[in-house]
Write a protein that binds this ligand. Structure first.
Ligand code: MG
Length: 390
């Protein structure tokens, strides 16, 4: 059993959306195929992944270092002890040879995307959905059948006013979602307060509304928003500060009693450990949102989770960034708090299986081998093309 090739391609997101800090006009993502010599239904098994959203494609690092390291390694050094499947932990270690500590984002997205594609292959070789494989390995065999799912939306768009924002939220509630997250920080405080109040009119309660500032605030604005948002008792206030400014985050937490969410822009176990040690966060209510394919992948995520649990955090406090099927499998497999969704946003990279249905804010976990990209026609077409000629 061996990996015969790893292929990647860069795809443009083609989005006109904007958050408090930047627009997505140039955004790209890397799509990866890990091709094995294992044959299922007459075809070689290939695992797929893409690098979530919000970080650019990273094919250069993959081509220069991580793909060659895997392809050069003796095949038997990358398989499990039973010899019946690939071993993601060994493959991660292989990619991390001769890598200096620190400086994580230069490589964590490239490594994590390949690693998640390896897991897709592992689950297909085992003929199991990925969430089931993960539940058996990392959650005492507790296999879930659905996960909580909220909508990350409420973007700033040209010509979008309060009415359009309300229409957007209403359309999501009609789809079966119950909780909505909207952007803040891309307008003045009075305008954003009006957006929050307009959103609350539709979702009914602060417990069903989160806001996301995308780490765009300086100290003065972070504290000002904390003050004006506090009375609404929102589900969470996301990224009120620069992701690495733990001292300012602690200042915000000291005056903002409702939950805070952060972590999608932290890419290592150590960065998350520093966040919970120094960021003033509270394990009884705050939300941690690392993006698994962007931060070295699933094996490393299991180490981050072990660190968090040793510091008193529970799995339900984790809502990983990235509204896609990879995150869905990870949330279900590890038994985490919930999953994000971006219905209708980010083109083929948004959302879940084409036949996925949300009911009362919960999304059913797919019952197909692997991550299930095969049930997402637009995205799978890009992935499948990577295996042409195999
Ligand atoms: Mg966010």
């Amino acid at each position: 059993m061996r990996i015969v090739d790893i292929r990647e391609t860069e795809v443009a997101l083609k989005s006109s959306l904007r958050n408090a800090v930047f627009d997505f006009g140039e955004m790209t993502t890397s799509v990866v195929a890990v091709i094995t010599d294992v044959v299922r239904s007459g075809k070689p098994v290939a695992g797929f992944a893409f690098n979530s959203t919000g970080r650019y494609a990273c094919g250069a690092q993959m081509r220069a270092r991580f793909i060659p390291r895997i392809l050069k390694a003796p095949p038997e050094s990358l398989i499990n002890a039973a010899g019946d499947n690939l071993d993601p932990e060994k493959i991660l270690a292989c990619m991390m040879q001769r890598e200096k500590p620190g400086g994580h984002t230069e490589r964590s997205v490239a490594v994590g995307t390949i690693e998640v594609a390896v897991w897709d292959a592992v689950a297909k070789i085992a003929d199991q959905p990925l969430h089931r494989v993960l539940a058996e390995r990392y959650n005492g065999g507790k296999v879930a059948d659905s996960v909580r799912c909220y909508v990350g939306g409420g973007w700033y768009e040209p010509g979008k006013g309060l009415k359009e924002l309300q229409d957007e939220i209403r359309a999501q509630l009609d789809q079966g979602y119950t909780t909505m997250k909207i952007k803040v920080g891309g307008a003045s405080i009075p305008e954003d307060v009006a957006r929050v109040e307009a959103a609350l009119e539709v979702v009914g309660s602060g417990r069903n509304l989160a806001v996301d500032a995308n780490a765009g605030f300086d100290r003065q604005r972070a504290l000002a928003y904390a003050q004006v948002l506090a009375p609404y008792d929102l589900r969470w206030f996301e990224e009120p500060t620069d992701p690495l400014d733990y001292a300012l985050l602690a200042e915000v937490a000291a005056i903002y009693e409702a939950p805070i969410g952060t972590g999608e822009n932290l890419f290592s176990t150590r960065d998350v450990e520093n966040l919970v040690r120094f960021g003033g966060l509270r394990a009884d209510r705050d939300i941690i949102q690392t993006d698994v394919p962007q931060s070295y992948g699933i094996v490393q995520f299991s180490r981050t989770l072990a660190m968090l649990e040793s510091r008193g955090w529970g799995r339900r406090s984790l809502f990983p960034h990235g509204g896609n099927q990879m995150t869905l499998a990870i949330v279900g497999g590890f038994g985490l708090g919930g999953c994000e969704a971006y219905p209708g946003v980010f083109g083929v990279f948004a959302g879940f299986a084409d036949d996925a249905r949300v009911e009362n804010g919960r999304l059913k976990l797919p019952d197909r081998p692997g991550i299930g990209f095969e049930a997402q026609a637009g995205l799978y077409e890009i992935m499948r093309r990577l295996t042409d000629g195999v």
